[in-house]
Write a protein that binds this ligand. Sequence first.
Ligand code: AMP
Ligand code: MG
Length: 513
Amino acid sequence: MLHPRELRERTRYYSQYRDIRRMGQIVFDNHYARLPERFYSPQDPVPVREPGSIRLNLPLAEDLGIDTQWLASEAGTAMLAGNYLPEGAEPIATAYAGHQFGGFNPQLGDGRAVLLGEIRARNGRRFDLQLKGSGPTPYSRGGDGRSPLGPVLREYILCEAMHRLDVPTTRALAAVTSGERVMRESVLPGAVLARVASSHIRIGTFQYFAARKDTEALHLLTDHVIARHYPELEDSENRIAALLGAVVARQAQLIAKWQMLGFIHGVMNTDNVLISGETIDYGPCAFMDEFNPEQVYSSIDHGGRYAYRNQPGIAHWNLSCLANSLIPILHNDQEQAIALAQSALDSFPDLFLEANSLGAARKLGLQAIEAGDVPLVDDLWRLMAEQRLDFTLTFRRLADLADETNRTGTVAELFEFPDALQPWLDRWRERAAREPTSAVDRQSAMYAANPVFIPRNHLVEAAIAAATDNNDFAIFHQLADLLENPTSYAPELRHFASPPRPEEIVQQTFCGT
Ligand code: AMP
Ligand code: MG
């Protein structure tokens, strides 16, 4: 609880920005707040002691039509920390439910985040602006509603890297320090992340209303989602079945992208699956170093439920939760509703395999994986696992080999294929030579498809440790800068492309609470 004197001080902080209220720095166009109040609770962010800017994502701010000079000002920082509400903001904490590690929780909701409102971007699309770590809400269930600095930096780095790697994702507009301490296993500096997403509507949002048998809300939510994310489905014969099918398709695409990067989400609970098909919730997630299909990083995932190789299956399972929630409104006849749900769900395996196969083809410099290529691809995954090859450098080195006359900018000093891979490499060379493309073109396509920089766990941990322990953000900024161009290599950046030394390997990451 805040001491009344402290509260007064903070209120003063608030009012000091009153003059710039009329500057119109952000153009809000809120739709979710127009839904009935059982969808959310009005909730202002709780001001922090002393906002301090860590990093601003100016290109994103520009895309959103936000005045970047203003955003970089003291008032902008105050807004990003939740200390100043811009004109037009209608802060709410949204309600949702979710299956967490398989167990259903009918009442989750934003416990440490508020949605300030929706911004109409320059391209005409609407985006949520949410503050994460903004203080308690009615959904906090005893949590403090705050976030330590570490998870904020992790999410900033990871989501922006994913964006540059062409993976649909929520974005980071800014990270700010709060000037407060948060209590976890130890006392840690606090921070707030300003998150931008196409929307924060989750499978768990549908589950919330399905669990309450609130079909009216399910209809309203469906209308909202179709208008916002799937307008092309508006005239479908059965809009709800079409929506389910479209969400299934986007998840299939998304998970295939994760698999092709060795990305492990870590908490694929249904409250962490966005209907828009964007990746959300960068808690205990990580990119793999050595390829291991069984890899899990999350310290709370004891059974390996969310291991790398389980991700497609879990996505399918999560989609079945969405299908279940929609059954009451899919069709008047329940049997037909179930049949529609089943048929949408049944499309997932093929859609995933198709996306995965296309992804693998791009990584291998092929136009497509033909029937005869399947053993080639399967053998590569098997050999990578047996030999514990570095996921990222395996493909990057392969790109080097696509044109062996070109020796500039290779990662040969960081990675060389072991002898056990030579027969496979010969098979791949033979197959690649049958492609209609030239070696030069194949190589540039492969360099584009195979990043050399990923946010390696040990580097992310080093960035967090320096910031948390020494208030030193240099590594964080270096990493964030570098990951803006994840596919272009220069040897002086080798440190950031290298796998961890044995003593640097991070075995576990922690839930971002
Ligand atoms: P997550 O692990 O991020 O998917 O969060 C699961 C649920 O716990 C959500 O309802 C969060 O809002 C809530 N939660 C997580 N951390 C906190 C916190 N520090 N204070 C309050 N609620 C939290
Ligand atoms: Mg979550």
